[in-house]
Design a protein around this ligand. Structure first.
Ligand SMILES: Cc1cc2nc3c(=O)[nH]c(=O)nc-3n(C[C@H](O)[C@H](O)[C@H](O)COP(=O)(O)OP(=O)(O)OC[C@H]3O[C@@H](n4cnc5c(N)ncnc54)[C@H](O)[C@@H]3O)c2cc1C
Length: 549
């Protein structure tokens, strides 16, 4: 992935399809289109996965709450969506095993009636997934077994529990693996490049898109046969940019998470809090070295800003943690937080949490713009397939989608022996090997090659953390990380997990990045200050002043 070469090709060549948006949906569509032989370009305004796709609950799931709604409302639409997602679950796990895993979830029940209700519901969930189960089947557990799974559960109101299985993914790394794999199939994918205006042919159909390089402010145009709008929550902005007569289709809802120390729930299983006072579900999920708690679901206004939880949202999530875990968590325990906007397709009024998370491909006959609207992470591959089928129909190309068999970058030569082989080759300690393999899969050997070529890049950026100069060099030179945010937020996920540590890490990363990207002293201090301001701003909004630097 060479951004400069990609920029030159973007400005001079002509493409079958130009995909706008580099989240899960756009990245999946780029892989689908390129692997069918279409000349493909993808442009992303910020960074790959920078918006909703790196802010999810990180579950690969059909959605037990959507199944409950399907049954209660006798909704075939909800049922169909759950069924599709359940069938995709095992495909996503199979395509990228280095950044996914089956996850056991436990639902605590306070009465035997509740236990029976969830057990029947989860048996139905098992039944719908058919032969393509992940993990095992759902099970009703006695009190003792429940406490063996999650020892910090509050015992006073606990009667029994039901366990079931879904999948978990490292969403930002999965998003990048899709981009990398698309590039290996010939796609050009460029981050920090925003679509700003369309150009039309004599029939009023889209012919070019004007783009702005957000790093240099340079403006140029890209020429393509079909333009795909895969901008998630921003879909209406692009639809109206193509055709101002179109009626808005999107509603966005805000969902936030907080991160707590793992000792509050020392467990391999996740906790599903089945019912909040306002009719939501909350998950507490072991995620890497932390406990991820979320989420909320409130109608929101579209924003470009990266945001985290407010102090009220922190209190809301802690209230439910304290109701189910014997830990008495306070805001002082919160390590970090993040928030995202759900792209929901408008279907009349009502609460955003009741809207079906299904997707829709829309073709505007006037401009020719193809928009992929709605959906969820779990169904990104189906969304991509439906979108590229439409592109092929418009281009009169007969091809079949094969992405169900395309193993993603990092997993091509990955298996359970990868960490052992890396350890034997490098002599690195267990922590470093685990850290690298769980992020880069088989590409961890490329980082080992950089480290072998230059002894100096083996140095850790901070003594307490596993990040080395070699890893930084790798993400800058091979993964198109161009800003502090690209590295700390999406390549390493540090910002999503621990704000205090990330502020320290930023101080060490900035000069090392400057050396790799030829930043001047002034550019380096401005980049560091802007990053600190951004993180300190989120800390203040969350009411977590103890984390300020
Ligand atoms: C709180 C929360 C929790 C969730 N949890 C789950 C879950 O556990 N499992 C699950 O399956 N789903 C989950 N989802 C849903 C899932 O995350 C989203 O459906 C999915 O990530 C949307 O991907 P996308 O690519 O459509 O949108 P995005 O990821 O938002 O990508 C759109 C991209 O378009 C770019 N863009 C916008 N305008 C332009 C422009 N002019 N030029 C170029 N680029 C542009 C943006 O910068 C952005 O990167 C969750 C969503 C939220 C909000």
């Amino acid at each position: 992935m060479n951004r400069q070469a990609f920029l030159e090709a973007a400005a001079t060549e002509s493409f079958d399809v130009c995909i706008i948006g580099g989240g899960a949906t756009g990245a999946g569509a780029a892989l689908d289109a390129a692997s069918r032989g279409l000349k493909t370009i993808l442009i992303e305004k910020v960074d790959f996965g920078a918006a909703t796709s790196s802010k999810s609950t990180k579950l690969i799931h059909g959605g037990v709450r959507y199944l409950e709604q399907a049954v209660k409302k006798l909704s075939p639409e909800q049922y169909g969506m759950v069924r599709k997602a359940l069938q995709e679950r095992s495909t996503l796990l199979r395509l990228a095993p280095h950044i996914t895993r089956p996850l056991q979830l436990l639902t605590p029940c306070r009465t035997w009636i509740e236990g029976l209700y969830y057990w029947i519901g989860l048996k139905l969930y098992d039944y719908i997934s058919g032969r393509v189960k992940v993990g095992g089947g759902s099970e009703l557990l006695r009190l003792q077994k429940t406490l063996e799974k999650i020892p910090t559960l509050r015992k006073d109101k606990l009667f029994t529990s039901v366990v079931y299985y879904d999948g978990q993914l490292d969403d930002q790394r999965y998003n990048l693996a899709l981009i990398q794999t698309a590039c290996r199939h010939g796609a050009i994918c460029i981050n920090h490049l925003a679509a700003t205006a369309f150009g039309y042919n004599n029939h009023g159909q889209l012919e070019t898109v004007q783009v702005r390089d957000m790093l240099t402010q340079q403006v140029f145009t890209i020429r393509a046969g079909v333009f795909v709008n895969a901008t998630g929550p921003f879909a209406d902005t692009i639809r109206l940019m193509a055709n101002s007569q179109l009626a808005p289709r999107m509603r966005v809802s805000r969902g936030v998470h907080i991160l707590l120390p793992k000792h509050m729930m020392p467990s391999q299983s996740a906790l599903l809090i089945p019912q909040t006072a306002d009719g939501r579900l909350i998950f507490a999920i072991p995620y890497q070295k932390h406990l991820l708690v979320g989420t909320t679901d409130d109608e929101a206004v579209l924003t470009d800003e990266t945001f985290g939880p407010t102090a009220a949202e922190v209190d809301y999530l802690l209230h439910y943690i304290n109701e189910y875990l014997d830990v008495q968590a306070t805001p002082k325990d919160v390590l970090a937080g993040f928030g995202g906007l759900r792209p929901l397709v408008m279907k009349g009024g009502g609460d955003t949490k009741d809207l079906v998370r299904d997707h829709e491909v829309e073709m505007d006959p006037q401009s020719g713009l193809v928009s992929i609207l709605g959906g969820k992470w779990t169904t990104y591959r189906l969304m991509a397939k439906d979108t590229v089928d439409e592109v092929c129909r418009l281009r009169q190309i007969k091809t079949e989608c094969t992405t169900q068999n395309i193993v993603l970058a990092g997993s091509e030569h990955y298996d359970h022996t990868t960490p052992i082989r890396l350890q034997q080759q490098t002599g690195w300690d267990h922590e470093l090997v685990k850290h690298l393999v769980s992020k880069y899969g088989d590409a961890a050997f490329d980082i080992a090659a950089l480290a072998a070529a230059d002894e100096a890049v083996n140095n850790r950026l901070l003594p307490a953390l596993p990040y080395t100069l070699a890893e930084l060099q790798y993400v800058v030179q091979h993964e198109m990380a161009l800003t502090l945010d690209d590295v700390l937020n999406r390549r390493w996920g540090s910002e999503l997990a621990n704000w205090k540590q990330t502020l320290e890490l930023a101080t060490a990363v900035a000069p090392a990045m400057a050396a790799l990207l030829n930043w001047t002293t002034r550019e380096t201090s401005e980049a560091l200050q802007a990053y600190r301001n951004h993180l300190n701003g989120m800390i203040k909004v969350a009411g977590l002043q103890h984390l300020l630097a």
